[in-house]
Write a protein that binds this ligand. Structure first.
Ligand code: DGL
Length: 275
């Protein structure tokens, strides 16, 4: 199918299993303040980390369609679990109509730009770690890199409940990062969109020798590169932002403050009704 004719004033489409992907939306907004954003958080199905691959693919494809229906000029999968499991399926479904950006490729690029050998740790949801996608993509380009992964399922709900930068989060984080398999790593990939919020705590666990990598900024730069290549950078001054969720609660609305500085009004869009 041929590309849809887009205008620079069309929005960037972003989706996540919930509101954690707002860390990526925030990085895109910071790097590209003139761009319009349309965000979809699938709060009705949160967390994706525990869902089956078939379900995650099904949800992701429907949400990609929603973003296309709202004229998205590119689609950013701002969720590690969906990027790990549904990136290929979404790309195939979108069929070249718009570029699709995952959070994984830009992160893997950072690794290759900084390491030719060494031990790389990855932490993320059960779904992301089970997919083994980071190890595969890193070692596809350089077999010499040793990649070790650990599922850290307590971290995302902990952050969502506002538990970070305190005694409880320190105990949970230290307990995960002290696992023998993560000993002596040269870099740690924060393979979950919630983790930028605990980056400082994670950094303070390690000595300066360990590089802590969160993908939000790298994804924003990738989006800039793609928009430039396609002559789709918005030069207009008026940037609007729309945030939709599949299930609305006041608690989700409150939690947006943790992930995105600046006012956000979540709108309920019942995408799963009649399915
Ligand atoms: N946004 C998800 C991710 O980056 C974390 C939350 C979930 O499990 O849905 O993997």
């Amino acid at each position: 199918m041929s590309k849809i004719k887009h205008k620079p004033s069309d929005p960037i489409g972003i989706f996540d299993s919930g509101i954690g992907g707002l860390t990526v939306a925030a990085a895109i907004h910071k790097a590209l303040p003139s761009e319009k954003l349309i965000y979809f958080g699938d709060t009705a199905h949160l967390p994706y980390g525990d869902k089956s691959p078939d379900s995650i693919k099904y949800y992701s494809i429907r949400i990609a369609d929603f973003l296309l229906e709202h004229k998205a000029k590119c689609i950013v999968i701002a969720c590690n679990t969906a990027s790990a499991i549904a990136y290929e399926a979404v790309k195939k479904h979108v069929n070249g109509k718009v570029p699709v950006v995952s959070v994984i490729e830009p992160t893997v690029e950072i690794i290759h730009n900084n390491f030719s050998q060494g031990k790389i740790g990855v932490i993320g949801t059960k779904g992301t770690i089970r997919s083994d996608v980071y190890r595969k993509k890193i070692q596809d380009k350089n077999e010499k890199l040793n990649v070790v992964s650990l599922a850290t399922p307590l971290l995302a709900p902990m952050i969502e409940e506002g538990f970070f930068n305190n005694r409880i989060s320190k105990t949970v984080i230290d307990s995960y990062l002290s696992r023998p398999k993560l000993k002596k790593i040269d870099a740690l990939i924060l393979a979950c969109t919630h983790y930028p919020l605990i980056k400082k705590e994670i950094s303070s666990f390690y000595s300066k020798g360990t590089m802590i990598i969160d993908s939000a900024e790298a994804v924003a730069e990738k989006v800039r590169e793609i928009l430039e290549e396609n002559d789709l950078m918005n030069t207009g001054k008026k940037s609007t932002r729309h945030f939709f969720v599949s299930d609305f609660t006041q608690s989700f609305q409150e939690s947006t403050k943790i992930f995105f500085k600046g006012p956000i009004e979540l709108k309920h869009y019942p995408i799963w009704d009649n399915e």
